[in-house]
Every structure is written in C-alpha cells, then in structure tokens.
Design a binder for this molecule. Structure first.
Ligand code: DC
Length: 648
C-alpha cells in the first residue's frame, strides 16, 4: 500500500521562525571542490539528505577522506589533490542530478575505467548535452543502455580540455559540472554557452564556490567562461540555508496571511532561488530583509506574470500560492522543467486541478486562474518528486482533505519537511491578540448552521448565529410596517429593538424563531444585511456577545473578515450550488428545486458583491467544500483543527 500523510489545515496565520537545512546545491558543490582540493576542508551547515548522501558516497569512491560530525552538520574532507585513479569503480548517483552531472566531467579528468549510474528516475533524465561535450573533448564514453542516458562506461585518460560550445537552454547542471572539473584538465577549459541560458544563478554559484576554493573563473563576456588548469585549495565553508526549501515557508506565510522568518538567509545569498521572495513581494507580501534572516508577512495575494527561468525550482511553490490569489498568475520561461524529477508542469497541473484549481499548461509554463470558493481536497500524487510533495502540502494549510502520497520523497533534500511545516501552526502562547472564537462563514446552504451548532456542542462552547440577528431586524420591520428600503427607519429599528439570540430568537420579548425563517423574511434579509448602518449597530453587539462569554462558535458572513479577524480559527464553508440547492430544497416547502437554486444564486451575488462587508473568504481561513461530506465528517475535521490550535 502507498504511504500517505494527511494534513490538518491551520485555519490561522502561520507563525514562527524556521531553520531550514543547508543548501543542496551549495553542499554538493563544496563537497566536490573539497574532495578535489589539496588539504583538509571543513564544511559547516551541511545538508544531510539523499542528494548530498549521493555526492558524499561519490567523493569517497573517488578516494577523498570524509570525517562526519552529523549532529553538528559538519564534514571534514581531506581532498585528493588531483590524483584520480579508477579501476572499474561504479559511482551510484541515486536520483541526484547534481551528483551525476558534476561527477561525470571529473571522471573524465582521471585515469582508468569507471561507471556512472543512478536510480531509474535519474536514468531517464537527459545527459546527451554533457556526453557530447565530453566526447568532443576526446573522452571515451559509452552509454550501456540508451543514447544520452545513464548508465555510462568511461575509460578515462586525463582529458586535456580545450574549448567547447554547450547549449545551456535546458539546464545548467552540465555547465556547472564542466566548470567544476575544468581546473583538472591540463589545458583548462573555455566554455561558450549557446542558446538563452536557464538557471544562470546556479552557474554563478558554481563560480563563487570554485573561487572560495582558490580557482579563478574568467568571464570575458556574457556567454563565455574560461578556467585555467590549476588546483583547488582546501578551505572552510559555511553552507547557506537552502533558499528553495525556504520558499515553502515563505509560501506558507503568503497563503495563510501569516508571518514567517527563515533564519540564516539574506539578500546577498549566492542562491538564485532567493528571488522567489521578490515575487511574493510583488504579489503583495511584506518582506523584511535582515542581515541573517528573511521574514515574509502575507497579505492579499495579487495576480501577475512572472518569468522564473532563473529560479525554476520555485515554480511549484508559486503555483501553490497562486491557488489562493485574487487574480490570474502566469508563470513563464520554464518549459525545461519538464525534464526534472518528473514533468513538473504536467504534474502540477494535474494535482492542482484535482484540488479545484483552474490551471492550464502552456509551452513554457503555467497559467492559474484562482477561485477560492472552488478549492477542495484530494489525494495528491508526488511522482517521486520532493518538490511536488512540499508544494502541494501548502494547499493543505487551508484546504481540508489533502493527502500526500509517498511523502518520503522529501528525503531527497529535506527529510524533516513535515515537522518543520507543522512547527508553523500557531501555538496559543504566540497569539496575544487572538479571540477564542471559531468563525464560520459561508454562503447559504453551505451547512453553516448545522455545522456550527454541532461543533459548539462538541467543543462545549457557546454558539451564536449572527444571521438570525439580521433576520430578526427584518421581521421587526415587517411587524412594525417599516419598508426595508427605508434605510433610516430600519436602522432605528435595529438600534431600538431588543434582540435576543439563544436557542430561540426574541424581538422585544416576542418569540420569532419560526417567523425569521419564512419565505417573506428570506426576501427581506439581504436588504437589511446590506444596510451599512444596521451593520454598524449589530456588529459591536456580536463582538460584545463573544467577549462577554470568553469566545464561542460564531456563524455568519463576515465573522472572519469583520467581526473577529483575529479569531482563533477561521473556516469558510462552501458547497457546489447544486448541493446547496438540494439541501435548501429539502428544508423548504412549496418551491421547486429550480426556484431554490435561483434564489441561492441571487443571494450569493447580493451577499458577495454588496459594498459593506461582502461575503469573502477571510484571510487565512480554511476553505472547506462540504459537498458529499456528512455533517459528522465536517464537524470532526473542524474540531481536529481547533484542537491542533489550542493543545500545546
Ligand atoms: O445565514 P442566514 O441565511 O441566516 O443569513 C441571513 C442573511 O443575513 C443573509 O442574507 C446574509 C446576512 N448575514 C450577513 O450579512 N452577515 C452575517 N454575519 C450573517 C448573515
């Protein structure tokens, strides 16, 4: 059976500070340079995950000595100082693209037979570009299975190097690998990039790490790199926290309208994926750039069009964030990510579509047209791609029913991802402003009343139906013969009438519990509720009710947006229009299903477009599609979210 993780939405703002693991890209570059250097290097803040274990194993097979201090995240590497001799060594790169593409050109610089292989997944990723570049330089290479793929047999004979041209429009790892190996070649190496390079910041990171290890890379023009023959010198390196890993936590802040700090990152990072933070800023998030941290505070997510060619590992994170945006988000410039761990554009499209997102794949990216009302949970395939698991988990912060299949794929770069994400669920002591209110908003027929009542009983909290207040004012108007269109008259009534909402509803001592639910009252209430002055009178009374009782379950249309934006837990219930109509039809008499459906549509429209306090999904609220779920299911899932926020 498949393994899976079921996520419990936050329903509140993600809060806290996270230590993400070391950068995979930095770790693997530093490990290789240290292994090739003369002397002993100390690497601190190292990532220990599948991709770096692959590199660690590879450099050991080359003959480097590595002393591990895992609990301190330190590696001491004594390098080879240039002596590379093989005798049929087999290097298993597992599923690591960087390990395989960095090691291959290094193997070419040694002497003797060796084999480079990897997992089935890696075997299906492209190597042709690098193979033909190395062949052109005179390396004896043979694909043993399929052209352009692993496994590869190599009979190395100290490649002399020289000059090559390489297309860099489908990936940068080939280029980085050739650069890293270049000082080992007796004539050095000049690389001309053809095509419009992708992921250029990764090439810059390679150059920077080589320089840290004493090798200079000249760049006479935009598309040329010159490396002279030379030696790496051992050095001590602090590995940066992984900026791609950080993107999930910044995304969590944006999606939940929370505030999240990632320690150890800064504007001068050598990682291109730091640019994801700029995208979030353009989408509306507030960003604080510290000397040794970056903090993101979420706000409404605007739309926009973004070229992620230089930081494509964050495409999936952005697509997940886009599901919660207010308008369309286009991601472009990243057609090449179809050849990563999986076809990331296709995978993201099918998994987000499962969750109700309107998403289209384009030739070079994605277009997401979000509608928060339509979001729903689903069982998420991860395609053995760590980034599918991590990005789709973000949907689960606000949408119940998200289950991630084969979550262990996160071990590739971030073994502790799930506990780290959980760490952002706000704890009671972190929430000074919070009011112990569970805010349940949603359109008519979404199940609000039944759910709110049952939830209150289950949690042993008071229940308050704010809709009944607006209804009571409508009935008071009917009784007093005041026209609902007479805004002042209605406001006067709302101010003067004594309205009591408990199990039953009273106006000036008269029980109107049944009367407020009549068809006549239904017709009036939207007009009453759209009266801004009436709201100005009733909303403070609703707040007093909750503060007086120390909290409770409150249902309405604007509890999470207006009445208690700092509610402990905010939930927006939805359901398909047809499901809502069926529910209301079952409760009504004398109307056809068609009439009920039309009436719901009209009320949705009036409630969500009115000027004052329209019905909107509150910032950070859980979006809970109740179609097809039993009341028991809905109540127990919300109760679980509530307990996750109050239990320490
Ligand atoms: O939930 P309900 O159908 O009883 O609500 C009656 C009306 O009052 C409905 O038109 C929405 C409106 N309402 C509101 O505007 N704000 C609230 N907090 C609750 C209800």
């Amino acid at each position: 059976m498949n393994q899976r993780v079921a996520l419990t939405p936050f329903g509140a703002a993600a809060t806290g500070s996270v230590l993400v693991p070391g950068s995979k890209s930095h770790t693997n570059r530093a490990l290789l340079c240290a292994a090739l250097a003369e002397g002993t290097s100390k690497l601190s803040g190292v990532l220990f995950a599948d991709d770096t274990e692959a590199m660690l194993e590879a450099v050991r097979s080359l003959g480097a000595e590595v002393v591990e201090h895992r609990s301190e995240l330190i590696l001491q590497v004594t390098g080879l100082g240039g002596r590379l001799r093989f005798n049929g060594s087999v290097i298993n790169s597992r599923s690591s693209g960087t390990t395989s593409r960095f090691i291959l050109p290094v193997l070419a610089a040694g002497r003797g037979p060796a084999t480079l292989d990897g997992s089935e997944q890696l075997r299906s990723r492209p190597f042709a570009e690098q193979i033909s570049a190395l062949r052109a330089l005179g390396c004896d290479l043979r694909e043993t299975r399929a052209p352009g793929e692993l496994p590869l047999d190599i009979v190395a004979d100290e490649l002399a190097g020289g000059e090559i041209e390489i297309a860099a429009d489908s990936g940068s790892q080939f280029v980085s690998g050739l650069l890293l190996a270049a000082p080992l070649y007796s004539k050095g190496l000049t690389i001309h990039l053809s095509g419009k390079p992708v992921s250029r910041p990764y090439i810059e990171m390679t150059v920077k790490v080589m320089e840290d290890f004493g090798v200079n890379v000249e760049q006479p023009n935009e598309s040329t790199y010159v490396v002279h023959s030379g030696k790496y010198r051992a050095t001590d390196v602090d590995i940066e926290p992984d900026a791609t890993a950080a993107s999930y936590f910044f995304g969590a802040a944006a999606i939940t309208h929370g505030r999240v700090r990632v320690e150890g990152l800064h504007k001068q990072s050598i990682q291109g994926d730091i640019q994801f933070v700029d995208v979030l800023q353009q989408l509306g998030a507030k960003v604080t750039w510290g000397d040794a941290f970056i903090e993101v505070e979420g706000d409404r997510i605007r739309g926009g069009s973004f070229d992620l060619r230089d930081f494509s590992d964050t495409v999936q994170t952005l697509a997940a964030v886009a599901a919660f945006a207010d308008s369309e988000i286009e991601i472009k410039g990243v057609g090449f990510i179809r050849a990563k761990e999986t076809d990331r554009l296709a995978a993201m499209t099918s998994e987000l579509a499962k969750c109700g997102v309107d998403i289209t794949e384009t030739a070079n990216g994605l277009v997401i047209r979000p509608d928060k009302w339509l979001l729903r949970g689903g069982v998420i395939e991860t395609y053995d791609d760590h980034r599918m698991a991590m990005s789709m988990s973000l949907i689960g912060l606000r949408v119940p029913g998200i289950e991630i299949l084969n979550p262990d794929c996160v071990k590739k770069t971030f073994p502790d991802f799930f506990p780290c994400l959980e760490h952002l669920r706000p704890r009671p002591q972190q929430r000074s402003k919070v009011v112990a209110v569970v805010a349940i908003d949603g359109p008519a027929g979404s199940g609000k009343s039944t759910v709110a009542r049952r939830l209150a009983a289950d949690l042993n909290l008071p229940h308050f139906d704010t809709g009944a207040m607006y209804r009571a004012v409508g009935v008071a108007a009917l009784r007093a013969g005041v026209d609902v269109e007479d805004a002042d008259g209605i406001t006067k009534l709302a101010t003067e009438a004594e309205i009591e909402i408990s199990d039953r509803v009273f106006i000036d001592g008269v029980d109107v519990t049944e009367e407020i639910r009549t068809q006549e009252a239904n017709q009036l209430v939207s007009v009453v509720a759209a009266n801004a002055e009436v709201r100005r009178v009733l909303v403070p009374r609703q707040r007093e009710w909750a503060t007086g009782l120390g909290g409770g379950v409150m249902e309405g249309r604007d509890i999470g947006t207006e009445v208690f934006p700092d509610a402990l837990l905010k939930v927006f219930l939805t359901a398909d229009l047809s499901v809502r109509a069926e529910r209301r039809f079952a409760e009504s008499s004398g109307l056809t299903l068609g009439h009920v459906s039309e009436d719901l549509k009209r009320r949705d429209e009036v409630d969500s477009t009115r000027e004052d306090s329209p019905l909107l999904v509150a910032p950070g609220a859980v979006i809970f599609d109740t179609s097809g779920l039993s009341v028991d299911d809905v109540v127990s899932q919300i109760a679980t979210m509530f307990r996750a926020l109050v239990d320490d």
